[in-house]
Write a protein of this length. Structure first.
Length: 59
């Protein structure tokens, strides 16, 4: 069975907020002495993600 892929479309402000939140979470985990492997992977994926411009129709 295939694992479904999900796509998230974020504005530049939302992207910055997500990155800052992940960095804060990573810092908290480091101060508690816990592993940060998953957070590190998410940060790398987010930083390498392509920026795609899309048109949004408002109703």
């Amino acid at each position: 069975m295939r694992i479904p892929k999900y796509h998230i479309y974020l504005t530049s402000d939302e992207r910055r907020t997500v990155i800052n939140s992940l960095i804060d979470l990573r810092n908290n985990l480091i101060s508690q002495g816990k592993y940060t492997d998953i957070i590190d992977e998410l940060l790398v994926k987010l930083m390498k993600a392509k920026v795609k411009k899309i048109k949004v129709k408002e109703v």
